[in-house]
Design a protein around this ligand. Sequence first.
Ligand SMILES: [Zn+2]
Length: 108
Amino acid sequence: MCENKNSITLFESGRNKISYCKGCKSYSLIYKTTCFSIPEAHYEEYHTLLKSLSPKDFHYFIEENYYTLIKNPIYPVGFCLSPEDATSLIEMMEQARLVEEAFSILYN
Ligand SMILES: [Zn+2]
């Protein structure tokens, strides 16, 4: 996860945050207690993957909820997402994209 002070915050709500670093050309996502970064080249792919999840993908039953396991594009770790988590991440990424588009209109 990049700690560059020049990264741009694209979305922030409670503990959840998406920022972009021009230096690393990567997005940092903080969601609940998870923090991970996605290179710009993989960001859309990740968004598409989340949107493509269907109920049958949530087949791990843990403490009264179903989860899916998503691998991080860079690190050899995966993390569990409930359907609600996936929906929240999709919404965060879509709101971040709108902010990013607004920035590009204003500053380019
Ligand atoms: Zn960086």
